[in-house]
Design a protein around this ligand. Structure first.
Ligand SMILES: Cc1cc2nc3c(=O)[nH]c(=O)nc-3n(C[C@H](O)[C@H](O)[C@H](O)COP(=O)(O)O)c2cc1C
Length: 547
């Protein structure tokens, strides 16, 4: 494939990243005040599309969370309508309703910055027991599929799917920009990473394989999902931007974009997107970066060499919790107690789950070597000195990080740390105030057991292609989702931190240039619940259906 000159697009991405940084003295451009009258509807609906209520089945799925820690440990469930219903319920479905002062809002298994949920999901599948062939939009509010396209029965559609299905994700940038302005594009990408990971873990609980089809171009994803059908979207500001497409089911060849697009040429499309907001404000910075980071079709990437690297098996968690239960109980902590910590065995086990292992969720989803490396602010881990630590997630990263960061850091190994876990102590310190300050003064970064920032191989990533900007954020969201679930399994709780002062983090670490950039922060500890909130069951608002 001919190489394009991407330098102008890369410059546009670099510009966006700089302008969307929060600083101690100036936040990234935002709306200033919230226009509540324009608050976007968190649920996309396609009026006029055939509506298919899915059964609620996840409660009956017994797969233990511990079984997701090893490759091939879960027997494969049938890839059928019930399987897809369980998958969606456990990954993108509602997890609860919260109520306070006469207001109610839904939470989902996948988290989202500001609970705004810009991510939409599309299922593309053959005819299977319990589900007709088609392109469907998932509506989490009703745990339902809306059938957007009905491909012809005789064209060969079903034969393209060798026993599996595709799920595509897209983002409504406006939903996030309404509240967060220019920085919202970053949060949309984080949310995609969380959603990919939620899907991967749910697929693993069903014994299904899943991987990202990174060769697809954005335009192909848009066409297969019907996102490019202008007449179906009443508002230009609320258009969905294609993000990625995933293959789920058996380890088999996925259908190609070309074959699906040619078969969809004769398909019937149904439904018109709802209007999400009565008024909009333009964020040209977001339009510009979205254009610059758009992905064309690329070549299929070879199975990465890192997949072959053998690490010892993950230790089995002591917790006997079922995976489906864990996915649905995941919540963000709004406060931590500032006292309780965690054992260092639990800490090491949590970090081990961030290292890629062949065939183990969620890191087997990605066709690239890890490009994000956590730097921890350890506050309360028993048997571990408080301080700043780094976890380079592949062998070459430690060398690059050592060269890029302040040369006074120690980089010492930690006695008692498993030898395959490359955790390094940079310096002993009480890092609570630094963590709080860097996290836009949020107490959750100081009152937890530990907080972290995620350093991305930023300059090299963008040098390869401007659209890598998005996938770096996806990987950050993936690390976040893994930590959310690991924290729950350890009896703790986590929270994503999208609001942080980028360059304060870089200054603390002594980063001299843009080789690495911190793209996402996180915190894990003993949560304090807000007792004023009432919690209601996720689908109590629906008429009873199969459970
Ligand atoms: C990308 C991202 C950034 C977030 N940033 C913050 C943050 O800076 N501060 C905070 O208190 N919560 C933050 N959160 C947590 C969200 O507010 C939370 O996910 C959302 O309210 C939904 O609640 P739930 O996670 O309990 O389902 C973030 C979550 C995500 C996914």
């Amino acid at each position: 494939m001919p190489k394009h000159d991407n330098s102008a697009a890369r410059e546009a991405v670099l510009r966006y990243h700089r302008l969307s940084k929060h600083g101690l003295h100036a936040y990234a451009p935002g709306p200033g005040h919230l226009d509540w009258a324009a608050q976007p509807d968190p649920f996309r609906r396609y009026h006029g599309a055939e509506y298919l209520a899915l059964p609620l089945l996840a409660g009956a799925l017994l797969t233990p969370w511990a079984d997701l820690k090893a490759a091939e440990a879960v027997a494969s469930r049938p890839v059928d309508g019930n399987g897809i219903a369980s998958l969606l319920e456990m990954s993108l479905g509602l997890s609860a309703w919260k109520e306070y002062g006469g207001t109610r809002w839904a939470l989902r298994c996948n988290p989202s910055s500001g609970n705004l949920h810009p991510t939409e999901a599309y299922v593309i599948c053959p005819r299977m027991p319990g589900l007709a062939r088609g392109v469907y939009h998932y509506l989490s509010a009703g745990h339902a599929l809306e059938r957007r396209a009905s491909p012809a029965a005789d064209g060969g559609w079903d034969a393209c799917f060798t026993g599996g299905l595709l799920i595509a994700l897209s983002s409504v940038h406006w939903r996030e920009a309404w509240k967060y302005g220019a920085r919202a594009y970053r949060y949309c990408q984080h949310d995609v990473g969380h959603a990919i990971t939620a899907l991967r873990y749910a697929a693993a609980a069903l014994g299904w394989h899943m991987h990202l089809l990174n060769e697809w171009g954005d335009a192909e994803i848009a066409s297969v999902c019907g996102l490019d059908r202008d007449a179906d979207f009443p508002s230009a500001e609320e258009r969905e931007h294609p993000d990625c497409i995933l293959w789920l089911g058996p380890r088999a060849a996925a259908p190609t974009a070309a074959s699906l697009l040619s078969l969809l040429g004769a398909a019937q499309w149904q439904g018109r997107a709802n209007v999400l907001s009565q008024a909009h404000r333009d964020w040209p910075e977001i339009d510009e970066v979205a254009r610059a980071a758009a992905k064309p079709r690329t070549e299929i990437e070879a199975v990465p060499a890192w997949m072959a690297a053998a690490l010892p098996a993950l230790s089995a968690p002591a917790n006997a919790i079922r995976a489906a239960e864990l996915f649905r109980q995941r919540r963000s902590a709004v406060a931590f107690d500032g006292k309780s910590g965690m054992s260092r065995t639990a800490f090491f086990a949590m970090l081990d789950a961030l290292l890629p292992r062949a065939g183990v969720a969620p890191w087997d989803t990605l066709p690239w070597r890890p490009r994000l490396h956590p730097v921890f602010f350890v506050h309360r881990v028993e048997g571990l000195a408080s301080g700043i630590y780094a976890l380079p997630r592949h062998a070459a990263a430690e060398k690059a990080l050592r060269a890029a960061l302040d040369d006074t850091w120690h980089w010492s190994t930690i006695s008692g740390c498993p030898s395959h876990l490359p955790l390094r102590l940079l310096a002993e310190a009480d890092a609570r105030e630094a963590a709080r300050l860097i996290s836009c003064h949020q107490a959750i970064a100081a009152d937890s057991a530990f907080a972290l920032g995620m350093l991305a191989e930023y300059r090299d990533g963008l040098a390869q292609a401007p659209w890598h900007y998005r996938s770096l954020f996806w990987e950050a969201g993936m690390l976040g989702q893994a930590l959310y679930l690991e924290a729950e399994a350890a009896g703790l709780r986590a929270t994503g931190i999208g609001c942080f002062f980028d360059d304060e983090m870089h200054r603390l670490l002594g980063l001299r240039d843009e080789q690495f950039q911190s793209l996402y922060h996180f915190t894990v500890g003993a949560a304090v619940d807000d007792s004023r909130l009432r919690t209601l069951a996720p689908y109590a608002h629906l008429t009873p259906r199969a459970m």
